[in-house]
Write a protein that binds this ligand. Sequence first.
Ligand code: INI
Length: 217
Amino acid sequence: MVRCLTGAWLLFFWKAATYSLIIDGCQVVRKLVEASSYRLSNGARFCGILGNGTPRIVWRNEGMIKEIKGSVTAGKGSYAIVVSRFNEFITSKLLAGAIDCLQRHGASDEQISVVWVPGACELTQVAKKLAQSGKYVAVICLGAVIRGQTGHYDYVCQQVVRGIGQINYDSDVPAIFGVLTCETLEHAVDRAGTKMGNAGADAARTAMEAANVNEQI
Ligand code: INI
């Protein structure tokens, strides 16, 4: 529902809500949610409230401010998935989740390439090469590092995080971090298509959105 209110009225409501914050924190959250549907008579939409004491209401005129948002659709570009064989029991589920997600959002088989590497430490070098090839709109990196199987868990995690981060600095193609870093095998199973969803599908969704944002810039 869209209601037209003056800034003065909103200020009044906000102040009233601020006072009731002391009594009931939920009240303010509710007011903010309601306020998000307010529009000024010139069409500007309520954006947020800044500051303490006398708050400043920020309005956003959607027609004037350029805003880019990525949609989650595969589009016409190709996606590379680089996936580690280490902990394949888990990573194969991440891969299936990623492929399923890309296909559900319109990708054909021809738009998807999969490259297997030995372990999480080897993801970066191959992902970099794929990103630099100019053939893909995004590179999805999938792996599973699980503590307990090795003393060098922390080093493997650090190397992968830093490596994939570096690709994002160096290249115009987004490299998506779809690597599980878990304390236990059970935690990994939870994130590979069971209780906590599928991190491979999440990474694929992120890849499509990032690629779409990139395309618009
Ligand atoms: N690689 C993984 O992908 N996950 C792990 O949990 C892991 N652990 O625990 O050792 C792992 N190690 C191998 C590493 O990625 C390299 O393949 C290896 O060190 C050779 O460079």
